[in-house]
Structure formats: structure tokens, C-alpha cells
Design a protein around this ligand. Structure first.
Ligand SMILES: [Zn+2]
Length: 389
């Protein structure tokens, strides 16, 4: 491949969407594709694999080996299409007359990665005074699992960047605040017995039910603590139990029940409060009550994932740059979590800014508008001119 054959961002998006990188799958085919593509333009990249070697993050630098660079960050995984009523093949981009490009990951968030990659020749041609770093992760959609090691490696191996742009869909608005998010697994272990002999055992499901009820009450309490200065909706801590599994038959006291649950706290709030209170409730009230029925009963709480929040006042330097490239005049806050919090945790001013509408993310018939891809192309173009000065 030569520089003249570089695909435009939409052509690149078609290539990226064709890889089914649902989080449960390996992303290595896509990562190998990106690595080869970069190599063809003389750009070396580094892989940061997961412990099993089945997935990898990738980072690469274009430009001088200097501090003050810009990190372009994105996740390579997408959410499942299982059971969703798609009207076209999710893994093939379909452009409709309305100018929308349909396909899984178009907006969340291969659109941004496609724009970044399609600009590789432009980055190469530019006389960059500061470097551009690419940071592409795995397993964002299941709790930002890959980004922790990616950010650690990147920060340890490149001169300190001055700003990070996380290209999650914001309609190219500049986002400086996001919620923190914790994902936990609660495992209830009961003692099996015939359902007519409830005195002989203890149902894991019934105690898991108590726990869910307690979470509901905690959510009501925390919802009273509003932050009127934040324009996110809802503007309070939220809790959700996403998966409940357990039990073997309608007439057996369940031996096991597992809850996959999580919470989101507003920027600036104590991001550990929900977990701490859950641990206290389990240790002091729920587990003793369960063990009173049977000493073998048990409850464990395990942290599955954690994404730190993003506070607006810490990201002004990055926002100033991003607003210059979008032409916008204000910043926003979002209630969801992204890898931005992980970069910020390493002390780098970080904003979220990318093509597409978050309301399209995770939906059947997900799309990104062609005009959003154009706006992101223009954003990167301005960034390059800035980096040449
Ligand atoms: Zn995303």
C-alpha cells in the first residue's frame, strides 16, 4: 500500500465494522489489521495483550519523540447484536439515502478510530512539532478492562502527552465530566433442600432478593442527593442489577445465586461509597441473618470493573484545545463511563469528543451520520494544523 491508496474515513469504517469484535470474541484479527495498516505507512505499533493472549490493546506514535503530544483513544470492541431486530447485516455498512451509515460499532466507536487511521498519511506528511499517539483498547464495553494496562504502558513508554481525546460518540461536542462506574458480582451460596423442608436449608435466591431490595432502597436514598450544577440526566447516583442467575428447580432451595450489578456516581462524589455500604450491609446484617439459618451459607462481593469519573475542572487544558478544533463554545457532562477516567487518573487532561450520537450506541440499526464523520475529519485536520505550529 502506498500513501496515495490510503482509504478515506468511511472506507476505513467499512473495513473496521466487518470485524465482529463483540466483547466476548477475540479482537486480534482487527488489531492485526490495524498493525499491518500502520506498518504499511512505516508506523510501528506496540501490542499490550490480555493475560490469556486472546485480546490486545494497541498503541502507536506518529511524529517526534517529544512531550506534549495528543492521544487519540478508542475501544475496538462492540456490544452484541444478539436478539436485536436489525434490518441490515450489522457487519456490513449500509448507507441509506438519509446519509446515515448503518452497522454495529459505526457510532460506538469505530467511527472515531476510522477517522484517526485514515489520517495516518496526513499525520506522516505533516511537520508535527508534537506527536500523535493512537491508543486502541479491548473490552471497554464490559467494564473498560483493557484500558488500565494500555494506559499504564503508554504513559510509561512515551514522553508525557498534554491531552487525551476519547472518541466516544458526543456529536463532536466536548465532554469534560463523566460519572464513575463500578461493576460488582455478588455470589450467594445457600444450602439445598426440598422446598417443603425450608428449615433444612437456605435459599441463595431469597437472600439475593433481600440484597436487591436493599439496593433499591439505597438508590432512593442516593437520588435525594442531587447536583443541580451538572446537566447530566439523571443527576444522581444510579444502581442497576443487570443479570441474576441461580437455582436448579422450582422445588429446590437454591444453592447458588449470582448477581451482576453495578452503580454510577456523579463526578466529584465518593466513587467507593456504594461498594463500601454494600460490604457493610452484607457483613453486618445480611450474612449473619443467612448464617443463622445455616452456618454453611456465604455471600461474597467481588469487584469486576471500575472506571473513575471525570471532573470538569481537571480537564480545562484539553477542553481548550478540543473546542478550538470543533469550533464549539461550551463543554458538556455525560452520565456514562468511558476510558477518559482512566487517562485522567494518570494526570493527563482528557476530554470525550467523537462522531455520532450516544443514543444510537448499543441499539439495533446503530448508525453514524456521514456529516458526523465529515465533522470528525475536519476536527483532525485542524488538530494537524495546530500540531505543525
Ligand atoms: Zn463506546
Amino acid at each position: 500500500m502506498t500513501a496515495t491508496e490510503a482509504p478515506n474515513s468511511i472506507e476505513m469504517l467499512k473495513r473496521l465494522v466487518a470485524f465482529d469484535t463483540t466483547s466476548r470474541n477475540s479482537n486480534l484479527d482487527l488489531i492485526t489489521y490495524i498493525q499491518t495498516y500502520l506498518e504499511d505507512f512505516g508506523v510501528t505499533s506496540t501490542l499490550v495483550p490480555n493475560p490469556e493472549g486472546t485480546k490486545a490493546n494497541l498503541y502507536a506514535t506518529i511524529g517526534p519523540d517529544e512531550p506534549g503530544g495528543i492521544v487519540l483513544s478508542g475501544h475496538t470492541d462492540v456490544v452484541p447484536v444478539d436478539g436485536q431486530p436489525w434490518s441490515s447485516d450489522p457487519w456490513t455498512i449500509t448507507e441509506k439515502p438519509d446519509g446515515n451509515l448503518y452497522g454495529r460499532g459505526t457510532c460506538d466507536m469505530k467511527g472515531f478510530i476510522a477517522v484517526a487511521l485514515s489520517h495516518v498519511p496526513a499525520f506522516q506528511r505533516a511537520r508535527l512539532k508534537v506527536p500523535m499517539h493512537f491508543a486502541f483498547s479491548y473490552d471497554e464495553e464490559i467494564g473498560c478492562l483493557g484500558a488500565h494496562s494500555l494506559v499504564e504502558k503508554l504513559m510509561g513508554n512515551v514522553p508525557r502527552p498534554q491531552a487525551v481525546i476519547v472518541g466516544e460518540p458526543t456529536m463532536m461536542g466536548v465532554v469534560t465530566a463523566q460519572n464513575a462506574g463500578g461493576g460488582l458480582v455478588a455470589t450467594f451460596t445457600g444450602v439445598e433442600a426440598h422446598s417443603s423442608m425450608t428449615h433444612l436449608g437456605v435459599s441463595a435466591i431469597h437472600f439475593a432478593g433481600d440484597f436487591i431490595h436493599w439496593l433499591n432502597e439505597l438508590q432512593v436514598e442516593l437520588a435525594q442527593r442531587k447536583h443541580p450544577h451538572l446537566d447530566t440526566l439523571p443527576n444522581h447516583t444510579t444502581i442497576n442489577v443487570g443479570i441474576v442467575t441461580g437455582g436448579t428447580a422450582g422445588n429446590i432451595l437454591a444453592r447458588e445465586c449470582v448477581l451482576n450489578w453495578g452503580y454510577r456516581t456523579l463526578p466529584g462524589d465518593d466513587a467507593m461509597e456504594v461498594q463500601r455500604r454494600a460490604e457493610k450491609y452484607v457483613a453486618e446484617l445480611l450474612l449473619p441473618k443467612m448464617r443463622k439459618k445455616h452456618p454453611d451459607a456465604d455471600i461474597t462481593l467481588r469487584r469486576r470493573s471500575f472506571v473513575p469519573g471525570l471532573k470538569p475542572e481537571e480537564n480545562e487544558a484539553a477542553a481548550k484545545l478540543a473546542l478550538q478544533w470543533t469550533g464549539g463554545n461550551r463543554t458538556y457532562a455525560v452520565p456514562y463511563g468511558t476510558e477518559a477516567g482512566i487517562f485522567r487518573g494518570h494526570g493527563i487532561p482528557t476530554v470525550i469528543c467523537g462522531p455520532g450520537d450516544i443514543s444510537q450506541a448499543h441499539q439495533p440499526n446503530e448508525f453514524v451520520a456521514r456529516s458526523q464523520m465529515d465533522a470528525c475529519d475536519a476536527f483532525i485536520g485542524k488538530m494537524i494544523r495546530w500540531a505543525e505550529k
